[in-house]
Design a protein around this ligand. Structure first.
Ligand code: G3H
Ligand code: ZN
Length: 273
Protein backbone atom coordinates (compact mmCIF):
# COMPACT_ATOMS: atom_id res chain seq x y z
CA UNK A 1 0.00 0.00 0.00
CA UNK A 2 2.40 2.70 -1.14
CA UNK A 3 1.93 6.08 -2.80
CA UNK A 4 -1.72 7.13 -2.41
CA UNK A 5 -3.85 10.18 -3.24
CA UNK A 6 -5.04 12.45 -0.41
CA UNK A 7 -8.64 11.24 -0.81
CA UNK A 8 -7.49 7.69 -0.03
CA UNK A 9 -5.42 8.78 2.99
CA UNK A 10 -8.45 10.60 4.38
CA UNK A 11 -11.02 7.92 3.54
CA UNK A 12 -12.72 6.63 6.68
CA UNK A 13 -10.77 8.90 9.03
CA UNK A 14 -11.24 12.39 10.39
CA UNK A 15 -7.75 13.69 9.69
CA UNK A 16 -4.27 12.91 8.49
CA UNK A 17 -0.93 14.16 9.85
CA UNK A 18 1.49 15.80 7.42
CA UNK A 19 5.15 15.95 8.42
CA UNK A 20 7.80 18.10 6.72
CA UNK A 21 11.13 16.56 5.78
CA UNK A 22 14.12 18.51 4.51
CA UNK A 23 16.28 15.48 3.76
CA UNK A 24 15.88 11.82 2.94
CA UNK A 25 16.80 10.42 6.35
CA UNK A 26 14.05 12.43 8.07
CA UNK A 27 11.61 11.25 5.40
CA UNK A 28 12.69 7.67 6.13
CA UNK A 29 11.93 8.25 9.83
CA UNK A 30 8.48 9.66 9.02
CA UNK A 31 7.58 6.71 6.80
CA UNK A 32 8.93 4.23 9.38
CA UNK A 33 6.73 5.90 12.03
CA UNK A 34 3.66 5.56 9.80
CA UNK A 35 4.45 1.90 9.13
CA UNK A 36 4.77 1.23 12.87
CA UNK A 37 1.48 3.01 13.58
CA UNK A 38 -0.19 1.35 10.55
CA UNK A 39 -1.58 4.75 9.65
CA UNK A 40 -1.61 6.89 6.50
CA UNK A 41 0.76 9.85 6.50
CA UNK A 42 1.53 12.87 4.33
CA UNK A 43 5.22 13.33 3.52
CA UNK A 44 5.77 17.02 2.78
CA UNK A 45 8.52 18.75 0.88
CA UNK A 46 8.39 22.55 1.08
CA UNK A 47 9.50 25.08 -1.51
CA UNK A 48 12.09 26.20 1.06
CA UNK A 49 13.45 22.65 1.27
CA UNK A 50 13.59 22.47 -2.54
CA UNK A 51 15.61 25.72 -2.53
CA UNK A 52 17.96 24.19 0.04
CA UNK A 53 18.64 21.29 -2.36
CA UNK A 54 18.76 23.56 -5.41
CA UNK A 55 16.28 21.47 -7.41
CA UNK A 56 13.06 19.51 -6.94
CA UNK A 57 13.74 16.35 -8.94
CA UNK A 58 16.51 14.59 -6.96
CA UNK A 59 14.88 14.92 -3.52
CA UNK A 60 11.33 14.70 -4.91
CA UNK A 61 12.07 11.47 -6.80
CA UNK A 62 13.65 10.06 -3.62
CA UNK A 63 10.51 10.86 -1.58
CA UNK A 64 8.30 9.29 -4.24
CA UNK A 65 10.44 6.13 -4.34
CA UNK A 66 10.35 5.93 -0.54
CA UNK A 67 6.55 6.21 -0.57
CA UNK A 68 6.21 3.56 -3.28
CA UNK A 69 8.22 1.08 -1.23
CA UNK A 70 6.35 1.75 2.04
CA UNK A 71 3.91 -0.66 3.67
CA UNK A 72 1.94 2.39 4.93
CA UNK A 73 -0.17 4.63 2.68
CA UNK A 74 1.92 7.73 1.94
CA UNK A 75 0.84 10.94 0.18
CA UNK A 76 3.76 12.93 -1.22
CA UNK A 77 2.88 16.63 -1.04
CA UNK A 78 4.56 19.86 -2.18
CA UNK A 79 4.21 22.37 0.66
CA UNK A 80 4.00 26.19 0.59
CA UNK A 81 4.85 26.64 -3.06
CA UNK A 82 4.72 30.30 -4.04
CA UNK A 83 6.06 29.62 -7.55
CA UNK A 84 3.43 28.25 -9.91
CA UNK A 85 6.20 26.69 -12.03
CA UNK A 86 7.32 24.58 -9.05
CA UNK A 87 3.76 23.33 -8.60
CA UNK A 88 3.69 22.30 -12.27
CA UNK A 89 7.03 20.51 -11.87
CA UNK A 90 5.78 18.59 -8.83
CA UNK A 91 2.62 17.56 -10.68
CA UNK A 92 4.69 16.33 -13.62
CA UNK A 93 6.97 14.40 -11.24
CA UNK A 94 4.02 12.50 -9.74
CA UNK A 95 3.23 14.32 -6.49
CA UNK A 96 -0.37 13.49 -5.48
CA UNK A 97 -0.94 16.75 -3.65
CA UNK A 98 0.33 20.31 -3.85
CA UNK A 99 -0.11 23.48 -1.84
CA UNK A 100 -0.13 26.68 -3.82
CA UNK A 101 0.51 29.46 -1.32
CA UNK A 102 -0.69 32.75 -2.76
CA UNK A 103 -1.50 34.28 0.60
CA UNK A 104 1.05 37.06 0.06
CA UNK A 105 -1.02 38.29 -2.90
CA UNK A 106 -4.12 40.47 -2.61
CA UNK A 107 -7.34 38.47 -2.44
CA UNK A 108 -8.33 38.75 -6.12
CA UNK A 109 -4.83 37.90 -7.35
CA UNK A 110 -4.55 34.97 -4.94
CA UNK A 111 -7.96 33.65 -6.06
CA UNK A 112 -7.14 33.97 -9.78
CA UNK A 113 -3.71 32.33 -9.44
CA UNK A 114 -5.11 29.57 -7.21
CA UNK A 115 -7.97 28.85 -9.63
CA UNK A 116 -5.48 28.45 -12.48
CA UNK A 117 -3.36 26.05 -10.39
CA UNK A 118 -6.48 24.09 -9.43
CA UNK A 119 -7.44 23.67 -13.10
CA UNK A 120 -4.02 22.29 -13.97
CA UNK A 121 -3.86 20.14 -10.82
CA UNK A 122 -7.28 18.63 -11.34
CA UNK A 123 -6.49 17.87 -14.97
CA UNK A 124 -3.69 15.67 -13.60
CA UNK A 125 -5.79 14.20 -10.76
CA UNK A 126 -3.84 16.12 -8.11
CA UNK A 127 -5.29 17.44 -4.82
CA UNK A 128 -4.73 21.20 -4.46
CA UNK A 129 -4.47 23.04 -1.13
CA UNK A 130 -4.38 26.83 -0.92
CA UNK A 131 -4.04 29.43 1.80
CA UNK A 132 -6.23 32.34 2.76
CA UNK A 133 -5.28 34.64 5.61
CA UNK A 134 -1.60 34.88 6.42
CA UNK A 135 -0.39 32.31 8.95
CA UNK A 136 2.20 34.16 10.99
CA UNK A 137 5.77 33.30 11.78
CA UNK A 138 7.25 32.80 8.30
CA UNK A 139 10.52 34.60 7.72
CA UNK A 140 10.23 36.44 10.99
CA UNK A 141 6.83 37.92 10.22
CA UNK A 142 4.90 38.27 13.43
CA UNK A 143 1.23 38.64 12.78
CA UNK A 144 -0.72 37.85 15.92
CA UNK A 145 -4.45 38.22 15.55
CA UNK A 146 -4.58 37.49 11.81
CA UNK A 147 -7.63 35.34 11.18
CA UNK A 148 -9.39 33.88 8.14
CA UNK A 149 -12.86 35.31 7.58
CA UNK A 150 -15.49 32.53 7.09
CA UNK A 151 -17.45 34.46 4.45
CA UNK A 152 -14.33 35.33 2.47
CA UNK A 153 -13.18 31.69 2.76
CA UNK A 154 -16.50 30.52 1.31
CA UNK A 155 -16.15 32.98 -1.58
CA UNK A 156 -12.55 31.83 -2.16
CA UNK A 157 -13.63 28.17 -2.15
CA UNK A 158 -16.33 28.90 -4.72
CA UNK A 159 -14.07 30.97 -6.97
CA UNK A 160 -11.12 28.57 -6.96
CA UNK A 161 -12.51 25.01 -6.65
CA UNK A 162 -9.67 24.23 -4.26
CA UNK A 163 -9.69 20.85 -2.44
CA UNK A 164 -8.46 22.02 0.97
CA UNK A 165 -7.85 25.32 2.67
CA UNK A 166 -5.07 26.42 5.02
CA UNK A 167 -6.58 28.91 7.43
CA UNK A 168 -5.36 31.34 10.07
CA UNK A 169 -7.02 30.36 13.34
CA UNK A 170 -4.39 31.07 16.01
CA UNK A 171 -1.36 28.93 15.13
CA UNK A 172 1.94 30.33 13.88
CA UNK A 173 4.80 28.72 12.01
CA UNK A 174 8.04 27.69 13.70
CA UNK A 175 6.88 27.90 17.32
CA UNK A 176 9.29 26.22 19.75
CA UNK A 177 6.71 25.69 22.50
CA UNK A 178 3.36 23.96 22.05
CA UNK A 179 1.40 26.84 23.55
CA UNK A 180 -0.77 28.20 20.71
CA UNK A 181 -4.38 28.86 21.53
CA UNK A 182 -6.69 27.95 18.64
CA UNK A 183 -10.05 29.56 17.91
CA UNK A 184 -12.14 26.37 17.74
CA UNK A 185 -15.36 28.26 17.05
CA UNK A 186 -13.75 29.94 14.04
CA UNK A 187 -12.52 26.56 12.73
CA UNK A 188 -16.08 25.22 12.91
CA UNK A 189 -17.49 28.34 11.20
CA UNK A 190 -14.98 28.16 8.33
CA UNK A 191 -15.55 24.41 7.93
CA UNK A 192 -19.31 25.05 7.74
CA UNK A 193 -19.08 28.06 5.40
CA UNK A 194 -16.69 26.39 2.93
CA UNK A 195 -17.60 22.72 3.23
CA UNK A 196 -13.87 22.08 2.67
CA UNK A 197 -11.28 20.01 4.55
CA UNK A 198 -9.25 22.55 6.53
CA UNK A 199 -5.49 22.46 7.09
CA UNK A 200 -3.82 23.40 10.37
CA UNK A 201 -0.41 24.93 9.69
CA UNK A 202 2.15 25.60 12.39
CA UNK A 203 1.01 22.57 14.38
CA UNK A 204 4.40 22.29 16.12
CA UNK A 205 3.13 25.08 18.35
CA UNK A 206 -0.12 23.29 19.24
CA UNK A 207 -0.40 20.75 22.07
CA UNK A 208 -1.67 17.24 21.26
CA UNK A 209 -4.97 17.81 23.11
CA UNK A 210 -5.59 21.08 21.26
CA UNK A 211 -4.91 19.34 17.91
CA UNK A 212 -7.47 16.68 18.83
CA UNK A 213 -9.99 19.47 19.57
CA UNK A 214 -9.10 21.18 16.26
CA UNK A 215 -9.75 17.93 14.39
CA UNK A 216 -13.14 17.65 16.09
CA UNK A 217 -13.87 21.22 14.98
CA UNK A 218 -13.04 20.57 11.31
CA UNK A 219 -9.30 20.33 10.70
CA UNK A 220 -8.49 17.46 8.31
CA UNK A 221 -4.75 17.87 7.67
CA UNK A 222 -2.31 18.63 10.49
CA UNK A 223 1.01 20.12 9.31
CA UNK A 224 3.98 19.48 11.58
CA UNK A 225 7.46 20.70 10.62
CA UNK A 226 9.54 22.41 13.30
CA UNK A 227 8.84 19.70 15.87
CA UNK A 228 10.20 16.99 13.56
CA UNK A 229 13.36 19.01 12.97
CA UNK A 230 13.83 19.49 16.69
CA UNK A 231 13.43 15.77 17.43
CA UNK A 232 15.97 14.86 14.73
CA UNK A 233 18.48 17.53 15.74
CA UNK A 234 18.26 16.81 19.48
CA UNK A 235 19.08 13.16 18.85
CA UNK A 236 21.94 14.06 16.49
CA UNK A 237 23.32 16.55 19.01
CA UNK A 238 23.28 13.85 21.67
CA UNK A 239 25.17 11.42 19.44
CA UNK A 240 27.73 14.08 18.49
CA UNK A 241 28.70 14.43 22.14
CA UNK A 242 31.04 11.52 21.33
CA UNK A 243 33.82 13.55 19.72
CA UNK A 244 35.54 10.46 18.35
CA UNK A 245 32.62 9.88 16.00
CA UNK A 246 33.36 10.30 12.28
CA UNK A 247 31.00 8.08 10.26
CA UNK A 248 27.85 10.22 9.60
CA UNK A 249 25.68 7.11 9.93
CA UNK A 250 26.56 7.01 13.63
CA UNK A 251 24.71 10.29 14.31
CA UNK A 252 22.09 10.16 11.54
CA UNK A 253 20.81 6.76 12.69
CA UNK A 254 19.68 7.98 16.16
CA UNK A 255 18.14 11.08 14.54
CA UNK A 256 16.12 8.98 12.13
CA UNK A 257 15.06 6.57 14.89
CA UNK A 258 13.92 9.46 17.12
CA UNK A 259 11.80 10.86 14.27
CA UNK A 260 10.23 7.44 13.65
CA UNK A 261 9.34 7.02 17.35
CA UNK A 262 7.81 10.51 17.66
CA UNK A 263 5.88 10.22 14.38
CA UNK A 264 4.48 6.86 15.52
CA UNK A 265 3.48 8.39 18.88
CA UNK A 266 1.81 11.39 17.25
CA UNK A 267 -0.06 9.28 14.69
CA UNK A 268 -1.35 6.93 17.40
CA UNK A 269 -2.45 9.96 19.46
CA UNK A 270 -3.84 12.29 16.78
CA UNK A 271 -5.07 10.08 13.95
CA UNK A 272 -5.44 6.57 15.41
CA UNK A 273 -6.02 3.69 12.99
O1 G3H B 1 3.46 23.80 6.23
C1 G3H B 1 4.07 23.35 7.20
C2 G3H B 1 3.63 23.56 8.56
O2 G3H B 1 2.74 24.59 8.67
C3 G3H B 1 4.68 23.40 9.59
O3 G3H B 1 4.65 24.38 10.61
O4 G3H B 1 6.97 24.05 11.39
O5 G3H B 1 5.38 25.36 12.72
O6 G3H B 1 5.08 22.91 12.52
P1 G3H B 1 5.58 24.16 11.90
ZN1 ZN C 1 2.68 25.87 6.84
Amino acid sequence: MPLVPMSEALAGRRAVCAFNAVQLEVAEGIVAGAEAARTPVVLQLSENAVRFHGALAPIGEAFLALARSSSAPVVVHLDHATEESLVDEAIALGFASVMYDGAHHEYADNAARTAAVVRRGHAAGVWVEAELGRIGGKEGAHTPGVRTDPAEAAQFAGETGVDALAVAVGSEHAMRERTASLDLGLIARIAASTGLPLVLHGSSGVADAAIVDAIAAGMRKINIGTHVGRVFTDAVRGALADESLIDPRRFITPGRAAVAAEVERMLRTLTPA
